[in-house]
Design a protein around this ligand. Structure first.
Ligand code: ADP
Ligand code: MG
Length: 276
C-alpha cells in the first residue's frame, strides 16, 4: 500500500550548522494493507521525520513514496489534500493535538463535515459509533479534552483519526506519555481497531517492547538509516545488528511475571527518588 524508496530528508542548517542536517540517508520500506509496521529507534534517529515525510510535512530531498500506486513526492497540494483522508496521524501528546476549547463532539464532527460527505445529523450518529470504537461513553460528547485522563484523551485522538475511515494511520509515540497500565490498554485498543477496520499502522516508538507487542513487521532506525527490517519476531528475538541487540537488552522481558516485578522495581525507584 505504501512504498518508500531511497528517501533522503535534509533539514536546512541553522547558525553554525549551516550546512544542513541529513536526518534520513537512504530509507526504504513498505507498509502492507492491514498490517502494523513498527518503527523503533533512539531519540533523534529520524522516526518522526519518516512519519512527517509520509504526511507531506517535510520536504523530501530525493527518493520516492508511493501510496496506493501514486507518487506522493511532488504531488500537487490539492490532490495531496484529498489523499490525506486516507492517511491520518496520532501524536504522542493529545494535549497539544486536540483543540482545548472544542467539545469532543465538535472535535469528531469537524473532519466529517469538512468533507461535506455527511450532514450534521449523520455526523452525530457517526460520532457515537466512533466513541464506541474507542471505548468512550456517549456522554463524552459534551465535555472538553481537559476533563479526560491522558489515556482517554488519546482515545479521543484515535477516534478523530478514524473518523474518515483512513487506510493508514501514522502513530508517532502514541503511548509514550502514558503510564504503563494505560499504555497496555491503549495498545490493545489499537490492535482491536485494526482487527475491526483493517486499518494499517506505521507505529513509531523508542520502546522496543511496545513495538514488539503491536507490530507484524519491524524496522529499526539508527542515525537516519534502517539497520534492521523484517518479521517482528525475527527482528526482536534474533537481531543481526549490534544496535538492535542493545535495544533488546534495554527492553523489558516478555515474561509477564518478571515484567511486573521489573515495573514494581521501577516504580519503587521512582517513588524513592521523588521522596529524596
Ligand atoms: P526521532 O523522532 O527519532 O527522535 P526526529 O525525526 O525528530 O527523530 O529527528 C531526527 C534528527 O533530525 C535529529 O537529529 C533532530 O535534531 C533533527 N531535526 C528534526 N527536526 C528538525 C528541524 N526542523 N530542523 C533541523 N533539524 C531537525
Ligand atoms: Mg520523534
Amino acid at each position: 500500500m505504501l512504498e518508500a524508496r531511497n528517501v533522503v530528508v535534509e533539514y536546512a542548517g541553522r547558525g553554525w550548522r549551516s550546512n544542513g542536517f541529513r536526518a534520513l540517508h537512504d530509507v526504504s520500506f513498505d507498509i502492507k494493507p492491514h498490517e502494523t509496521l513498527g518503527l523503533v529507534g533512539e531519540s533523534g534517529s529520524g522516526k518522526t521525520t519518516i512519519g512527517r515525510a509520509i504526511l507531506g510535512l517535510v520536504p523530501v530531498g530525493s527518493g520516492s513514496i508511493r501510496f496506493d500506486g501514486r507518487e506522493l513526492i511532488g504531488m500537487p497540494r490539492r490532490e495531496r489534500r484529498r489523499l490525506s483522508d486516507d492517511i491520518q496521524v496520532v501524536f504522542q501528546d493529545p494535549y497539544s493535538s486536540l483543540n482545548p476549547s472544542m467539545t469532543v463532539e465538535d472535535i469528531l464532527v469537524e473532519p466529517l463535515v469538512a468533507r461535506r460527505t455527511v450532514d450534521r445529523r449523520q455526523a452525530s450518529v457517526r460520532v457515537r459509533t466512533l466513541l464506541d470504537q474507542v471505548g468512550l461513553p456517549h456522554d463524552a460528547v459534551h465535555r472538553l479534552p481537559r476533563e479526560f485522563s491522558g489515556g482517554q484523551r488519546q482515545r479521543i485522538a484515535i477516534a478523530r483519526a478514524l473518523a474518515l475511515r483512513p487506510k493508514l494511520i501514522v502513530c508517532d509515540e502514541p503511548v509514550s506519555a502514558l503510564d504503563l497500565s494505560t499504555q497496555a490498554r491503549v495498545l490493545d485498543l489499537f490492535i482491536s481497531i485494526q482487527e475491526e477496520t483493517g486499518v494499517a499502522y506505521l507505529f513509531i516508538s523508542h520502546d522496543l517492547a511496545v513495538v514488539r507487542h503491536i507490530s507484524h513487521r519491524v524496522a529499526v532506525l539508527y542515525r537516519g538509516d534502517i539497520v534492521e527490517y523484517g518479521d517482528a519476531l525475527d527482528v526482536t528475538e534474533r537481531p543481526d545488528h549490534p544496535y538492535t541487540k542493545r535495544l533488546l537488552m534495554a527492553a523489558p522481558i516478555p515474561d509477564p511475571d518478571r515484567q511486573a516485578a521489573r515495573r514494581q522495581e521501577r516504580r519503587d525507584l521512582l517513588a524513592s527518588e521523588a521522596i529524596a
